[in-house]
Ligand binder design. Structure first.
Ligand code: PBG
Length: 331
């Protein structure tokens, strides 16, 4: 036998036929990423014409409301339907009960009003949690080393109502207190905001991947950690329990966070629920890709595209990512 005939094996199944050129690869592609899948997180700081870099998040800035408006406009023009806002407050504005969070003339409320008056079609999502406003840096009321669940619920509901009054389309509780979705839903409904949605950070893990975000907000816990309320990274079934509870309590969209190290959780949640599923590709995921790219070790655009398609393939309908503008531009 010559080597020619030897290589003529009878293969009926040749998956490579569906990969033989770009057009056939496009035909058989199972997952598509579009700008409509993306939500851009933005950090807002007091002032005008201010753009303050965040050391551990190169390319991301704390923006004053005027510059934030410009960035939101670029995002919307590129086809990104929504932004998620996080306020950066000075220590002097923080206290134990996050009092500033319900100030109708507060930084966040003013920013929301500005956005909704200038770009009414843009969906504005606000974060409901005490940490940006808390002198303890925790997401709930801190007392004698404990995070008090039930006393936090009224604060969160009041915060959500204040954000809705400012014009938020969707409020997004990221605190992981038990029962907060119900408490926020009741609060909103009692104030006439039945139309304001709830995007619940349902399966939010106690993750070291939030490090750069806490730098951005100066919001790291002053004592202890968040393990008594955020989830144990070892658990997946518990994530399904958390999302089912949040849906029962009135969540319109549920979220898994972080995203890339938790693709199995996104997938499990996707098959367990009928509501839309969001995933938050967090600050540490951004920092990892950015740092390796800056060192010349990874091709940033290619790696980011692959990260985001993986998150979508796992089952996310929408992705919060600090790469949203770059990706939307490249699509
Ligand atoms: C806090 C909050 C955090 C993030 C979003 N909301 C940090 C935390 O729980 O300590 C992290 C987002 C990111 O890392 O990109 N309520």
């Amino acid at each position: 036998m010559n080597s020619n005939t030897k290589s003529r094996v009878k293969l009926v199944q040749r998956p490579r036929r569906n990969r033989k050129n770009d057009s056939v690869r496009r035909l058989v592609r199972e997952t598509l990423l579009t700008p409509s899948d993306l939500i851009l997180p933005l950090f807002v700081v007091e002032g005008t014409d201010k753009q303050i870099p965040i050391q551990s998040m190169p390319g991301v800035f704390r923006l004053s409301p005027d510059l934030l408006l410009e960035q939101a406009r670029s995002a919307y023009t590129l086809g990104i339907p929504a932004v998620a806002l996080f306020p950066v407050l000075p220590e002097s504005a923080k206290d134990r009960f996050a009092t500033e969070s319900t100030n109708s003339d507060g930084l966040l409320q003013r920013t929301v009003r500005g956005l909704k008056s200038q770009i009414p079609e843009l969906t504005v999502i606000t974060d409901v949690a005490m940490d940006p406003y808390s002198s303890d840096g925790h997401d709930g009321v801190f007392k004698d080393g404990q995070i008090l669940n039930d006393p936090t619920l009224d604060i969160l509901a009041a915060m959500a109502v204040s954000q809705a009054e400012a014009g938020a389309d969707i409020v997004a509780p990221s605190d992981m207190m038990d029962g907060r979705v119900r408490s926020i839903r009741d609060g909103l409904d009692q104030s006439g905001f039945e139309g304001v949605g709830i995007l619940a950070y349902s399966a939010k893990y106690a993750s070291a991947f939030y490090g750069p975000f806490r730098d951005a907000l100066d919001s790291a816990p002053k004592s202890g950690d968040k393990k008594t309320y955020q989830m144990d990274p070892a658990n997946a079934r518990e994530a399904v329990r958390e999302v089912l509870l949040d849906i029962e309590e009135g969540a319109d969209i549920v979220m898994v966070k972080p995203a890339l190290p938790y693709l199995d959780v996104i997938s499990a949640v996707r098959s367990a629920v009928q509501v839309p599923v969001a995933a938050y590709s967090v600050s540490g995921e951004y920092a990892m890709a950015k740092a390796a790219a800056q060192l010349g070790w990874l091709d940033e655009d290619a790696v980011v595209g692959e990260m985001l398609i993986a998150i979508k393939r796992a089952g996310a309908d929408m992705i919060l990512t600090y790469f949203a503008l770059d990706i939307a531009q490249s699509l």
